[in-house]
Design a protein around this ligand. Sequence first.
Ligand SMILES: Cc1cc2nc3c(=O)[nH]c(=O)nc-3n(C[C@H](O)[C@H](O)[C@H](O)COP(=O)(O)OP(=O)(O)OC[C@H]3O[C@@H](n4cnc5c(N)ncnc54)[C@H](O)[C@@H]3O)c2cc1C
Length: 420
Amino acid sequence: MLNQYDIVIIGAGPAGLMTAIESFRPNKNIIILEKKYKPALKLRISGKGRCNITNDANFDEFISHFGQNGRFLKYAFSEFFNTDLLKYFNNLGVNFKLERGNRYFPKSDDANEIVNALIKKINSLGIKVETDSEVKEIKKDNNDNFILTIKNKDKQSTINTNNVVIATGGKSYPSTGSDGSGYKLAIQLGHKITPIIPALVPIETKGNTAQKLQGLTLKNANVEVRCKNKKIDEEFGEMIFTDFGVSGPIILSLSKTIVKLLTKGKKVSIVIDLKPALDHQTLDKRLLREIDQNSKKIFKSLLKSLLPSSLIPVFIKLLKIPQNKQLSQINSDERKKLRMLLKEFSFEVKDFKLFDKAIITSGGINVREINSQTMESKIVKNLFFAGEIIDIDADTGGYNLQAAFSTGWVAGQYLKNISN
Ligand SMILES: Cc1cc2nc3c(=O)[nH]c(=O)nc-3n(C[C@H](O)[C@H](O)[C@H](O)COP(=O)(O)OP(=O)(O)OC[C@H]3O[C@@H](n4cnc5c(N)ncnc54)[C@H](O)[C@@H]3O)c2cc1C
């Protein structure tokens, strides 16, 4: 390894790889330092291994998925947005398809295709990627050069550089390499970190009802987050029951609200509307009609017409109505209990999963300390940030990867054009 570089990029995730490619100019010495044995482990497992790379949402809607700090991304997205990202990869030989929820995936359904395209480009430019190289410390010498201490397996070494990009990701899924060590590097250099919490996390529920339903996916559920029976948040879409509680796109989106409430010590429940297309009155009419038309059939057959099979035993237990009871014998109280359970299938929240199961980290480098048009630190000259290490996080849907690529692109463009 050389000892002096023009640009050192810490982290070979989407943000770091994009920064490297875009900052390239012939005769520039660029190196990417990656602590894991191979680059982009998180990108490879993104979108359940299929990589939901971006979203077809329009500019304003896209930004709105990031909450308050979305404003920080306005410049980056106005320079390099979803269609630019798709074209970028088209030029690298990757083609995409649009799926439900306006989500883009590679046609191959393989996240490795995205990683391989980036690595191929990196190699063709002669940019070095040093794996098994963890940056432990960054200091500045008297000439304003950065000195990085690197641990490579059992060896320790230092390298000097004029420009450093910290693209080390957040703290979630630490097994992929992003374990929060980038925050320590930024703090060493004088930056402040806004509190970091796991976001987009599965939720643990009390009791064993969810466990009994493990594997069941509800495609069109409406889920409310309630506190003291008051609605705090709501999402419509797909969710799944797991061995510990609930997960899936709408639960992950609601998890930010749930985590905030739980960390304030509040009791939280989630209420699933299994028949969101029917209001109470219309649902009651439908139940009455079904009961009238099938009066000789049993209660279980009514449930069969209303629910996925794995929900039937759960409903029978919760309603305490014998499954063999003839429909003609079902009284109005029992019909009401059934209607209420269909509209308000409730679970008390026990806890949220921690960083090891969180899709993204909320919090990070304070956006007020970064120039949004260059990604350069406002505190330390020639220090840059890109990707999830910045205090930006969005819902599921491809928004987070777009942010990693766009911030990397902006940092890269600026670095390409500065003289040293
Ligand atoms: C299971 C899962 C699925 C996801 N699916 C999607 C999806 O489909 N769509 C979407 O938009 N988002 C998805 N995300 C989120 C998205 O993957 C991340 O937001 C994105 O990878 C962040 O990119 P990054 O480059 O900032 O950081 P990372 O991808 O985390 O990369 C950071 C890199 O830095 C390295 N590193 C860390 N510290 C050091 C150090 N001190 N020295 C050297 N190297 C270091 C790490 O090893 C890592 O390779 C998913 C996340 C998870 C966990």
